[in-house]
Design a protein. Structure first.
Length: 134
């Protein structure tokens, strides 16, 4: 299944809704192109909605890091939204939870771009505690 990306905007923040697999090949290239297009258009506040992503391989994970770095160099920020259990475990295992801001609520992700707004970040410690008992 190829990666589909739908772009929408909420309060000046671009939300990229991803659907499919984030794997080596055309899928990873499509994500990089989408990020490049957003930056070229001057959009530097980006959220990747991962709700529709069912699999990420090592190349896909590396691509997320490359995209994060590219956005950061452009003076912006890239945040992740609605990751599934496996994706969260992958980020914890690779220690990328120290790099990415994770959210499970879209409004909190948008609010994180505005100083002074109340936000609730994804609670990694609670996630680990909950799933270590299973």
């Amino acid at each position: 299944m190829s990666l589909e990306i739908a772009v929408r905007e909420k309060e000046g923040v671009r939300i990229l809704d991803l659907k499919g697999r984030l794997t080596a090949g055309k899928e990873v290239e499509r994500l990089r192109e989408a990020i490049h297009e957003q930056l070229e258009a001057g959009h530097t506040k980006l959220v990747l909605n991962m709700a529709g992503v069912d699999y990420i391989d090592s190349t896909g994970l590396g691509s997320l890091v490359v995209c994060f770095t590219r956005v950061q160099r452009a003076g912006g920020a890239l945040k992740l939204l609605n990751l599934n259990r496996r994706e969260i475990q992958l980020l914890i295992l690779t220690k990328l939870t120290t790099v990415f801001e994770l959210f499970d609520d879209e409004q909190d992700a948008v609010n994180s771009f505005f100083p002074g707004r109340k936000i609730k970040r994804f609670d990694i410690l609670s996630f680990v505690k909950k799933h270590s008992q299973e």
